[in-house]
Design a protein around this ligand. Structure first.
Ligand SMILES: *Cc1c(COP(=O)(O)O)cnc(C)c1O
Length: 361
């Protein structure tokens, strides 16, 4: 039985996008970022498909544990590091590397007994984004402390660009120079580049790159399509027409009656809503694809349903497939513009109510 809605995940596209990372950064190891359920694509399945990655990165220790429970044995890195002492023990037992972005986390390490050492301790350096990270002097201190600590095998240095999607932005250079200075002429491996930096700031590739978005075939740049930078979209979000409504001039559609028919109209009700992660911001804004034709979403997005004006598609039938984004006609980047957000958010929001189907794998 095929049930809707479904997020179709193209495994071959995922693999090709990883190859694109390798081609762009041939001398770097790849830490594939699969936090937030692999940006909505399904973390353990994506990890299995991207088994050629050198490591996987997640945000939180719970995400790492879920991957271990799903049988993923790759090196894992927790980007937010330990929240408590117990996380240090869990990480050491499960071969999970940790980021240290705060001195409190180094104290957790000092006060915790571990049976086997942590694989890698990544010191997060604050270089201008003011999100996570230790300032220069503290970071240097942390690096040498971790370096001398028998509870850790290897030490690396990490930082994160605030504006990599604007390659010309002056902060990029400042952040990169501060990171390099801290790495003491290659004494410590560096990881700095996210997708946008992999694509546009090749000097910053260093020893480890950290692609997220580009693996999913999405462009990090507002003015460049995925195709133009050699990426293949991975997710197609699909549902079906569940009802048809014939409207007369003046009839309204949906909560609040924010849309009304200007002439006799045919409306298709489609089985997806904000309760699945299809943003309510798309009310009266988005288009969807039915029978290879773009048709507009009318009225408000409900929890479980949307309405679409299909007056120009008289041959439409209940059961017809509807593409909300992805496929050949509707990049998720375009839908993100309609929702006044970024594609990252749209794919992350696709929740567990939407079945995932893995194709070409
Ligand atoms: C999410 C994240 C990444 C991946 O960024 P993309 O823009 O998706 O490539 C890399 N590094 C850190 C620290 C992150 O939080």
């Amino acid at each position: 039985m095929r049930t809707y809605p479904v997020a179709r995940i193209d495994c071959q596209a995922l693999t090709r996008n990883l190859q694109r990372v390798r081609a762009l950064a041939p001398d770097s190891c790849v830490m594939a970022v699969i936090k937030a359920n692999a940006y909505g694509h399904g973390a353990s399945q994506v990890a299995a498909v991207l088994s050629e990655s050198d490591a996987f990165a997640v945000a939180r220790i719970d995400e790492a544990m879920e991957l271990r429970e799903a049988g993923i044995r790759h090196p894992l890195v927790v980007l937010e590091g330990a929240q408590c002492q117990q996380d240090i023990q869990i990480a050491a037992n499960q071969a999970v590397s940790l980021v240290f972005h705060h001195y409190e986390q180094i104290r957790f390490l000092q006060h915790t007994h571990v049976e086997t050492p942590l694989l890698t301790g990544w010191v997060m350096l604050e270089t201008g984004m003011h999100r996570l990270g230790l300032p220069q002097d503290k970071a240097r201190q942390a690096l040498s402390q971790l370096h001398d600590c028998p509870k850790i095998d290897r030490v690396g240095i990490m930082s994160h660009f605030a504006n990599a999607d604007q390659p010309q932005h002056q902060l990029n250079k400042v952040q990169w120079q501060l990171t390099q200075r801290c790495a003491l002429q290659g004494r410590y491996p560096i990881s700095m580049a996210n997708s946008a930096a992999i694509l546009a700031l090749p000097d910053s590739h260093a020893q480890w790159v950290r692609p997220g978005l580009m693996l999913y075939g999405i462009s990090p740049f507002p003015d460049r399509t995925a195709m133009s930078i050699g990426l293949e979209p991975v997710m197609e979000l699909v549902s079906r027409v569940m009802a048809l409504q014939r409207l007369q001039t003046g009839d309204i559609v949906g909560y609040g009656g924010t849309w009304s028919a200007q002439h006799d109209s045919l409306i298709a009700i489609v089985d997806i809503g904000y309760g699945d992660g299809y943003s309510r911001q798309l009310s009266n804004q988005a288009k969807v694809v039915i029978r290879e034709t773009l048709v507009p979403v009318v009225g408000r997005v409900s929890m479980d349903m949307i309405a679409v004006d299909v007056t120009d598609l008289p041959e439409i039938q209940i059961g017809d497939e509807v593409t909300l984004w992805g496929g050949p006609h509707l990049p998720v980047e375009t839908v993100a513009q309609w929702a006044q957000t970024i594609a990252y958010e749209l794919v992350c929001q696709v929740n567990s109510r939407v079945r995932r189907e893995y194709i070409n794998g």
